[in-house]
Write a protein that binds this ligand. Structure first.
Ligand SMILES: [Zn+2]
Length: 133
């Protein structure tokens, strides 16, 4: 389950460098669209739906209310968890999308290869930074 994901924990000074390597595909963030989102500790990602922009004080700067899909480890398919987990996320952490979901749940995602490829780069970079921290 996603936890707080404030970008100022580990990466602030190197995040621009990281984004250049990752070549995020996110150009616009649209309500009701799906994006893949990085989590740094431990490195993982979720696919999440944008519910709307948010102006609460829990996250600094531009951020969105997001609801995440769980991924079945065996089938690799995505579905809604039983509980509605909604959280605030900085757009900084979205790295691919809008994504194309197929099916009525569980879903497959057309861009899953792109997501996995970028996630592997992200994980490697995070592990390197943690080793040198
Ligand atoms: Zn918020």
């Amino acid at each position: 389950m996603p936890l707080d994901n404030e970008p100022d924990k580990v990466l602030t000074e190197t995040i621009e460098e990281l984004w250049r390597k990752l070549e995020s595909t996110v150009v616009t963030i649209e309500k009701d669209s799906y994006y893949s989102v990085f989590y740094e500790d431990p490195p993982k990602y979720y696919v999440e739906r944008v519910l709307g922009s948010c102006s609460c004080s829990a996250v600094s700067g531009d951020h969105f209310r997001m609801r995440f899909l769980k991924c079945d480890a065996l089938t690799g398919k995505f579905s809604w968890p039983c509980s509605d987990d909604i959280e605030c996320l900085a757009s900084l952490w979205m790295f691919a999308g809008p994504l194309t979901l197929d099916g009525h749940g569980p879903f497959t995602i057309d861009e899953i290869d792109i997501i996995e490829e970028k996630f592997q780069v992200f994980r490697r970079e995070i592990l390197i930074k943690q080793l040198h921290a």
